[in-house]
Design a binder for this molecule. Sequence first.
Ligand code: SF4
Length: 344
Amino acid sequence: MKIPDSKIPLAGANIRDIAKTFELAGFDSYDPARILLHYYRHKNADIDAIDCYPKKLRQLLKEVYSTDLLQPLFHEKSSDGTEKWLFRTTEGYPFETAWIPDQNRQTICLSTQSGCKFGCKFCMTGSLGFQAQLSAFEILSQLLAIDKPITHVVFMGMGEPLDNYDILSHVIEILTAHWGFSLAARYITVSTVGVLPTLERLGQELTCNIAISLHSPFPDQRAEIIPAERRYPIKDIIAVLEKVEFKRKRRLSFEYLLINGYNDSKEHAAALGSLISHLPAHVNLIPYNYIPGKPYKTTSLKDAETFRQELNKYGLRVTIRKSRGYDISAACGMMAGRSASTHQ
Ligand code: SF4
């Protein structure tokens, strides 16, 4: 076979890519899963260590594929154990990754874009504007390069995952495949403001959890803080979710940032309860993490508890989420925002 001029990143390859390479070089009697298991699940980048492949095949794989990863440029660790890393794309655009340990659960929060087009008013990433879509290599580099134990994956980092859907679904295939990371889809959550065409595809084509950023049950107010509401109204988002099967542990959640004096009244709780109580949904209440330069303030835990009790009247399961990593650049986009001024 013709060896490509520059090597292809192995991070991002799926079993069909490897099978094609084997076929073109006349090695189709060998199992293409071996190299992917070795690299993804066992996190071993030494192709020579795959001794069930003949030497000639290992040589070919080293000529065609690169096992190099993007490496983080900056790292912060919070007193609560949360860690954050700053990466740059191959073109130099910044993006972040967070790792959140919590008893038996270790969650990685992945970015799918550098910046974001959607401009949500409470969001630091939204203030940066859109810079780049991340490739499968750039998304998987986050997971492989930080070298941490991971039980759960959430796509809640920089960017709107459903605005990069083809790459997202490609990465989720690698995360869940028996030849990939073998992570059950119920341990993977995609968070979105509700990009309708790809939300529909996510609901039908994949079985991972869906988290909708709701933040207000009132369309006009939601549109103030999530401009995408004008294009993708919450009533249409709910109509799409009504058609998705949430069974076999697939979970639907609504994320609700509690902003003091803005969206944390009893009327908001009652309207939210009426809007979503017919869905098999969980509500995550997140007291707003103050971001310098934004006009929003945090709801107290006492008021969050009152809001929760109001929602419980509608039969909804509700969790008040702890804010993690308060003493580091906790809000998504803060690290990248600081580094953007140095982007070449
Ligand atoms: S909340 Fe999500 S969709 Fe909105 S601006 Fe931030 S990253 Fe983009």
